[in-house]
Write a protein that binds this ligand. Structure first.
Ligand SMILES: [Zn+2]
Length: 255
């Protein structure tokens, strides 16, 4: 038995190779038919695959924008409004997928977060309830403070406490406000610098993807290490962003 039937099964082409246009039967493009222009049913793919991109983090955003605008025109529901109900529906679904994919991949932080999610990494949750609680109590949010910020955050908390005391007494302390403002600026600079640090880790990740060959996956350890470094940067960045926002709120109405 049937070597031949076995061959038939294994020789079955991958789905993307067999996909032909539901309308004219000729096509191979993923989202619309290159022959007749009809919108195709959306395939359940990740955002990188949607744009035909490898899972690399250094990304040509100008090329991404161009692909986005080209696809927008072809998939736009208004353009396909004359089409039948089913194609119109696909058009809506494809357009919405296109918009989500573009928005996510265009932004360096969202792109990194999305990739990490695809790789099964959970990011530290900066929960909404914690933020609300911090607002109502006037305390800086209780979070795990990144070790390199411990001293700074401690100092800052003392100063904010002092500021609140002054406010309560109806006193003015321009020097303190200026000092807190200066620290806020420093934190904003750190926040910015972390983007560069993140981009350095992109290189490591992209090199792994480039090295990957069919049948020769890169080691899980290496992937995990690269992911962990990015997670660390994102968590620190998140922490600083929240801190800056909290300090900004504390300063509001004080200047
Ligand atoms: Zn077609």
């Amino acid at each position: 038995m049937t070597k031949s039937s076995l061959t038939t099964i294994t020789a079955k082409p991958a789905p993307e190779e067999t996909q032909s246009c539901w309308s004219c039967g000729t096509m191979r493009a993923v989202h619309f038919c290159e022959a007749c222009g009809k919108v195709q049913p959306p395939a359940p793919v990740d955002y990188f695959t949607f744009f035909g991109l490898p899972r690399k983090l250094n990304l040509d955003t100008a090329a991404l924008d161009k692909d986005f605008y080209d696809l927008s025109r072809k998939l736009h529901p208004d353009i396909n409004a004359r089409a039948g109900g089913q194609e119109q529906e696909w058009s809506l679904q494809q357009s919405s997928l296109l918009n989500d994919a573009h928005r996510t991949l265009k932004d360096p932080i969202k792109r990194t977060q999305y990739l990490l999610k695809l790789e099964g990494v959970e990011l530290e949750e900066q929960s909404k309830s914690a933020t609300e609680q911090a607002r109502s109590t006037g305390q800086l949010k209780k979070q795990i403070v990144p070790p390199d910020l411990l001293e700074e955050v401690f100092e800052l908390n003392m100063q904010l406490e002092e500021l609140r005391m002054h406010k309560k007494m109806g006193e003015d302390d321009p020097a303190l406000i200026e000092e807190i403002g200066r620290q806020k600026l420093e934190l904003e600079e750190k926040h910015e610098a972390l983007l560069h640090e993140l981009k350095a880790h992109w290189k490591t990740w992209d090199a792994l993807i480039e090295r990957e060959q069919p049948g020769q996956p890169v080691s899980e350890d290496e992937c995990k290490q690269a992911c962990d470094k990015m997670v660390d940067v994102l968590n620190r960045r998140n922490y600083i962003r929240n801190l800056v926002r909290d300090v900004g709120e504390a300063l509001e109405g004080s200047s």
